[in-house]
Design a protein around this ligand. Structure first.
Ligand code: NA7
Length: 549
């Protein structure tokens, strides 16, 4: 490594670093650690007042890890960390995840290189010095050769543009920007817009306290039993004792979790066998439902229908009022929107204080100061909960809107597609790296592990540049195009692109509509390793014109 650590050195009004990192969530935190270990100087910025990113913001009632969960939704880089941290539940509540993240920040002394409550207002590439220059909300500037955008795949909230919504004078909360002060729903009439994972987690909790909850549903959803439970001492001990083997399994698994992969298909099963199998999975619940499912569910319409019918039948069994159950019947391909785990969501409709409005037949006309008016009439409310999700995957990069070569902004490049190579780099934006961006497995993979693996590749790439005296690298147009085709090509074998979802950008008006996630996580990491072992084909390299950093 030619570069030496440079403590932050004020030089006029600009500080110089080797690496600037935007975001101090799970990915940005690991980026700090990884680059420090490489001997590089780093500075990270985050608009929040502490670490955690998405977990810092999403503290709404009922917010939990709903992936395969604890103890494997965690960093893997430190065995000591694994050995010392106790997880209590399989689907940890947001506060437990945040406690872990804070522990990591303490243990590795990460906060000393993070400037909190600071927004990066501009990120521009300076071609003359071959460096990135950031301008921050506190009026400071910083420069670095490398820029890591750990801006989050689920962090730019999506607020619906409904007439009069800003006139509403009651309390309004977005699940993705939940206040840090306790919110009381006692004695209040609450409207919840949104029935994705957040709305489905939050509604039953709110209903326990509120006077009345009106759910305003645009799309009925398939949701599956969360089956959250305590992790036993034996399970924790087992995970620790077999950590190396467990980690190897995580690396090999397509989703980054330590489970065996199987090859069973619905096509090979009789209707009776399918029914019995779905029932078994339903009774067991948890994200394992999807991991153990038939492998053709997301590929074959017939296989998909068999599961969809099963779940619709379950919803009808749980929800007592047939009219409400009718409104709750999803009509898209099951699991082609992000699978949802529920803790009493469907049961909550059996409560007297919960009602459902199907916005497809009874759309919202407008808000007033005190109510929401749908076609069928007025619903007076005290609190509005927006569980309306995110401008996901690409939204936070576009919000940052960095300026690359020739003064070109990302918004100018990403008009029709989110052009990138390897889900990490963008032509015209040298030495800028995205974590969990479009073109990567991101939200289809164990996200802490994915961040570690992407960072590991970036670290090796940086070593390659330094070793060869290159100051900058960016992908070629051809490699971006080929990568885009690879991403959409993989998705085209599935039913995912056929459904409106945040995976396809359909939830945000005007967004390019295509499936931008790289399916098959472990194949992605094999692809990255292949590019590294071939000395990074697909990039243009630029020599160092400055003679060092
Ligand atoms: P999601 O999954 O994007 O859900 C947002 C919900 O809000 C969904 O039901 C949307 O309906 C609904 N929505 C969005 N805009 C509107 C408007 N304008 N009117 C009515 N309803 C609307 O976000 P979540 O926060 O629940 O979950 C995000 C991810 O976080 C989750 O998948 C996990 O990975 C963790 P739609 O289905 O678009 O018709």
């Amino acid at each position: 490594m030619t570069s030496q650590p440079q403590p932050s050195q004020p030089n006029g009004s600009i500080e110089h670093f080797d690496v600037l990192i935007i975001g101090a969530g799970v990915s940005g935190m690991y980026a700090i650690h990884h680059f420090r270990e490489m001997g590089l100087s780093v500075r990270a910025y985050d608009g929040a007042s502490d670490v955690g990113g998405t977990w810092w913001y999403n503290r709404y009632p009922g917010a939990r890890v709903d992936g395969p969960g604890s103890p494997f939704y965690c960093y893997t880089f430190s065995e000591e960390l694994m050995q010392e941290w106790d997880w209590e539940e399989t689907q940890s509540e947001w506060s437990a995840v945040l406690a872990y993240i804070e522990h990591v920040a303490d243990k590795f002394d990460l906060r000393r290189d993070i400037q909190f409550e600071t927004w990066v207002e501009d990120a521009s590439y300076d071609e003359a010095t071959q460096r990135w220059i950031l301008q921050t909300s506190d009026g400071q500037r910083a420069s670095a050769r490398y820029l890591i955008c750990a801006v989050g795949a689920l962090s730019t909230t999506n607020k619906p543009d409904i007439p009069g919504i800003d006139d509403f004078t009651g309390e309004t909360y977005h699940t993705g920007q939940w206040p840090h002060e306790p919110v009381s729903f006692a004695g209040k009439r609450v409207a919840v817009i949104g029935t994705g994972s957040s709305g489905i987690q939050a509604m039953p909790e709110i209903a326990k306290e509120a006077d009345h909850v009106t759910v305003l549903q645009r799309t009925a959803q398939f949701a599956f039993p969360a089956a959250n439970r305590a992790i036993t001492k034996e399970e924790m001990a087992d995970a620790r004792a077999n950590w190396e083997a467990t980690k190897a399994k995580m690396l090999a698994n397509p989703g980054g979790f330590p489970f065996d992969v199987h090859e069973r298909t619905a096509a090979d099963a009789t209707p009776e066998e399918r029914e019995a199998f779905y029932e078994e999975l339903w009774q067991r619940g948890s994200f394992k439902f999807f991991l153990d499912l038939y492998t053709d569910i997301a590929m074959s319409e017939e296989a998909n229908d068999s599961l969809a019918d099963f779940v619709r039948k379950k919803i009808r069994e749980i929800v007592k009022d047939p009219e409400t159950a009718d409104k709750l019947m999803p009509d898209h391909y099951v699991i082609t929107k992000r699978p949802i785990l529920e803790n009493g969501y469907f049961e909550a409709y059996n409560r007297d204080n919960v009602s459902l409005v199907d916005l497809r037949e009874d759309p919202i006309e407008r808000f007033t100061e005190t109510s929401v008016i749908t076609q069928s009439g007025e619903h007076p409310i005290d609190v509005l909960v927006l569980a309306t999700g995110f401008d996901a995957i690409s939204g936070s990069m576009l919000r940052l809107n960095p300026q690359g070569r020739g003064g070109v902004r990302l918004k100018e490049r990403w008009t029709d597609r989110f052009h990138n190579y390897l889900g990490l780099t963008i032509r015209g934006f040298p030495n800028l790296f995205m974590i969990h961006g479009p073109g990567s497995p991101g939200v289809f993979y164990n996200m802490p592990l994915g961040a570690e693996r992407q960072m590991s590749w970036i670290g090796d790439f940086v070593r390659h540049l330094e070793k060869h005296g290159y100051a900058a690298a960016e992908p070629t147009t051809d490699s971006e195009e080929a990568w885009g085709n690879e991403v959409t090509g993989m998705a085209s074998f599935t039913l995912f692109p056929k459904t409106d979802s945040w995976w396809t950008g359909a939830n945000v008006p005007g967004k390019p509509r295509y499936f931008s996630v790289y399916l098959g996580g472990s194949i992605y990491y094999e692809r990255l390793a292949g590019v590294a072992s071939e000395n990074y084909p697909g990039f243009d390299f630029e020599p160092d014109r400055q003679g060092g950093h």
